[in-house]
Design a protein around this ligand. Structure first.
Ligand code: HEC
Length: 94
């Protein structure tokens, strides 16, 4: 599954989503692998209608509400939504 997501990410035309570091993972108390998967999912799932949103575009507190709407548009399952939310919220708080 990781390889599929990575392929999707690389195919997503030149996005510059920030890469999570072990420092981000420690700060948020989230596995680094989960943040990396969240990043891949944003690139793969959130770039078909508009450019994939960068985390810093919105405040941490605003992301869950935005994802309520965009998760439906992107047909995310709960696990995917959770990973995307962790990534966006964590990286928005940098
Ligand atoms: C099926 C098309 C579609 C997909 C897929 C999609 N979006 Fe959107 N998104 C839109 C449209 C259309 C808008 C324009 C504003 C509106 O209608 O709310 C929008 C607006 C937004 C905005 C608001 C932009 C702003 O600055 O106000 C954010 C943030 C956003 N999308 C994030 C996401 C995320 C995160 C994902 C992936 C989980 C995603 N979108 C997937 C169609 C989509």
């Amino acid at each position: 599954m990781g390889a599929v997501l990575l392929a999707g990410m690389l195919a997503g035309c030149g996005t510059s989503l920030p890469v999570a570091t072990s420092g981000d993972a420690a700060r948020a108390g989230i596995q680094l692998a989960d943040l990396e998967e969240g990043r891949s999912l944003v690139a793969a799932k959130c770039g078909s209608c508009h450019r994939p949103p960068v985390p810093a575009a919105h405040h941490t507190a605003d992301w869950p509400r935005m994802l309520d709407e965009m998760a439906a548009r992107s047909h995310l399952d709960l696990a995917q939504r959770h990973l995307i939310e962790q990534y966006l919220v964590t990286m928005a708080a940098r």
